[in-house]
Design a protein around this ligand. Sequence first.
Ligand code: S5P
Length: 266
Amino acid sequence: MMAGDVWGKRWSNSTSEIARRYMEVACRKQSLVCLAADRNTMAGLFDLIESVGPHIAALKTHVDLVDDWDKDSWSKFCSAAKDADLLIFEDRKFADIGKISRNQMAGVYDIRSWSDLVTAHLISGPDIVDGLQAGWSDVGRSGGVLLLAQMSSRGNLLHPNYTDEVVANGCNHPGVFGFIGNGSRPDELAELRSKVGGEKMIWTPGVNLAVGDGEMGQRYGDSRGAVLAGSDCIIVGSGIHRSDNPEKSAKEYADAFWNALLERET
Ligand code: S5P
C-alpha cells in the first residue's frame, strides 16, 4: 500500500523527512502503534522488541528508568530497534531553556546519538526546539520534536489556552514533528486536530483496548475513536508490555488502529 493513498493530506502536506519516514514505516508494518517500552531491565526490553517488533512502527523509551542500563547494552538495543524497522522515540519531556536542553541531549545517555524523536514541554518558550535541534546537529544527525499539547493524566495543567499557544508556536517551526494529544478524550482530540490542521503529526498516549482508569491517574480511551478524531500514532504501554501475550496484544492493537485509519477521511 502506498503511503500517499493511506495518509492523504498528511502525506501530501508534509515537509518533514522524519514524518514521511514514519508514515512509510507505518504502511510497511500496517501499524500505527508506538510501543511505550516501559520495562526496567535490559533483558525485558530485548524480549519485548523481539516479540512485538513486527507489529509496531515506533519504539518509545524512558532511558532513565532502566535499572541495569549501560552504554553497550543500550547501543545493542537501539541496533535491534533499527533492524526491526522502528523509529526510536525518547520520551524525555525536556522543559529547560534552549542551551541546557541542547546539553541534556548529550551527557551519560547521549540521547542525540540514537533518538529520532524526543518530547518537550514548551513551558520555557520556543527556544527549546532550537536547542534540541542543535543537539542533534552537534552529532551530524537530525530528528523531530513532539511538543506536549495535551496530557492524558487527570488534573494536568495543560489548559486549553496553553494548548492553543503550543500549537500556534509549533505549527510554524520546521523542527517540530508534531504534538502529543490526549488519546483518552476523542472530542478534545478532534478539537486539537482542527487547530493543528492537516500537516503536523498528532501522537496519542492514553489508549487501551480496556478503556477506563489506569494506575495513578492515567486515563484510557478507545483506540478507534482516537484515530478517527485525528491521531496518527497510538502510544500503547502496559496494554502490550504487561499483557500475558505481548505479541498477540500488539497485533490486536495494530489491526484495530490500522483499520480505523483506512476508514478515516484523511
Ligand atoms: O500525556 C501523556 C504523555 C505521555 S508521552 N501521557 C502518557 O501516558 N505518556 C506516556 O505514554 C507515558 O510516559 C507512558 O510511557 C505511556 C503510557 O503508558 P500506558 O502504560 O499507560 O499505556
